[in-house]
Design a protein around this ligand. Structure first.
Ligand code: LLP
Length: 421
């Protein structure tokens, strides 16, 4: 069963018409397909079945605890970047022994929390962080397992904001300095070196940058052997792209095929950190047309979701396909050039620009596709807009996995000081 398709004239998620979801939950809302989530995870994980590995789902892509629970049940681990993500992971039932912690700015509190939770390892991004982890581990009378994140200086050929493996980026330790930093790590009492980590960028459309960067990392692993450092875990990061428009991204099997010849003699557990490729095309942002506005030069479709709900178009100029929920609209011959914009008070607030679309009427429902990754997880309350619900569809069932916020949620934690009372 296709996860998103027209059936009896209406766009469906699995066996549920989007119209029904709008009636039950209101718009805007995020809608995720259970079947698709499961299938994406399984197909990723199965591609590497011949090598010992952990598929550590990158929680930042979509961190709803129901999604995390589902993936935990499928055997996923987690890639986290904050104490908050660790909290979510543990609440959702992800096993600490399968959690890896990246990020350039881990605080002492976060390091302590992760040590207490006994996560698998820290992906350390700088020598200063290494010293901090050693110190906190000492204070807690424990030791920390670490991988050093290496910046291989490889161009992932993706959007500059989501490229992480170039020299000029803030992430990781440069390949030239790596051996020295590993040497430093061996001198630290509370540090146990267990791995090497790399992640070069997101929405990658080719496997060649993976292969190139992996070659560099394998050279390093050899050099480390020379100084007596045995690597047990090799983390190749995430980044596999998805189709937003008509791109043809590599599939997990393509990645497996491309890198397995390099890994033949390696006795390491591999770690993968896919985010977008698991959840991106499993989610849709369901929205409603509020108004049409035709200016002399431009027609606007004003909808009820905005950049605070889905920031990718505004932030990266990202393309998200928009499908009318009524099939008759989809089939309409007449299409017009429109900007699909939200109610936020910014010119940069748009979901689509100069898009040829059937012109919707107020009340029409639209599905913004490929919104499962970096959609809700990047949402904010800007303009004091309520964050929207998330819904998980499983065949005929609609499960609200996050409620729509209410006005009191907006001011929770805020206080008016006594002198103003
Ligand atoms: N591992 C690390 C260390 C990462 O920094 C990331 C993503 C991932 C794994 C997962 O990458 P993925 O498989 O999802 O490509 N907000 C941007 C994407 C930012 C990605 C940040 N790091 C977007 O909406 O396109």
């Amino acid at each position: 069963m296709p996860d998103f398709r027209y059936l009896d004239g209406e766009f469906h998620c699995e066996s549920v018409p989007f119209r029904k979801i709008a009636e039950a939950v209101g718009t805007p809302c995020y809608v995720y397909s259970h079947a698709r989530l499961v299938r994406q995870f399984r197909s990723f994980d199965a591609a590497f079945k011949d090598v010992p590995h952990i598929t550590a789902y990158a929680i930042k892509a979509n961190s709803n605890i129901a999604v995390l629970r589902l993936l935990a049940q499928e055997g996923a681990g987690a890639d986290i970047v904050s104490g908050g993500e660790l909290y979510r992971a543990l609440q959702a039932g992800l096993m600490p022994q399968r959690i890896v912690f990246a990020g350039v700015g881990k605080t002492d509190e976060e390091i302590g929390y992760a040590l207490h939770s006994d996560i698998l390892m820290f992906n350390v991004e700088s020598p200063a962080e290494l010293l901090a982890i050693d110190r906190v581990a000492g204070e807690l009378k424990t030791h920390a397992r670490v991988a050093l994140r290496i910046n291989p200086d490889i161009d992932p050929k993706t959007h500059p904001y989501i490229s992480t493996g170039l020299k000029k980026s803030k992430f990781g330790i440069s390949a030239e300095r790596a051996v020295d930093e590993f040497k430093l790590a061996t001198t630290l009492k509370n540090i146990e070196i267990v791995g090497v980590h790399k992640h070069i960028g997101s929405q990658l459309m080719h496997v060649s940058p993976y292969v190139e960067s992996l070659k560099k990392i394998l050279d390093l692993v050899e050099q480390l052997k020379g100084i007596g450092v045995e690597i047990r875990y090799l983390n190749v990061g995430g980044g596999l792209g998805i189709t937003y428009q008509d791109e043809i991204p590599p599939q997990p099997e393509d990645l497996a095929q491309a890198i397995s010849p390099l890994l033949k003699d390696l006795k390491c557990v591999l770690i993968f950190e896919p985010g977008r490729s698991i959840v991106g095309n499993a989610g849709v942002l369901l929205i409603k047309v509020l108004y049409q506005q035709a200016n002399p030069d431009k027609t606007f479709l004003i909808v009820d979701a905005a950049m605070n709900d889905l920031i990718r178009p505004s932030l990266y100029g990202a393309y998200h396909e928009i499908k009318p929920v009524q099939e008759a609209r989809e089939k309409a011959k007449r299409k017009v050039l429109v900007d699909v914009v939200g109610p936020v008070c910014e010119s940069g607030d748009f979901l689509a620009k100069d898009r040829m679309m059937p012109l919707g009427d107020p009340g029409d429902l639209l599905a913004v596709m490929s919104a499962g990754a970096y959609g809700f997880s990047m949402a904010s309350n800007y303009n004091s807009r309520l964050r929207i619900p998330e819904v998980l569809v499983r065949d005929r069932e609609i499960h609200v996995i996050r409620a729509r916020e209410e006005y009191p949620d907006l001011i929770r934690g805020e206080t008016i000081p006594a002198f103003l009372k």
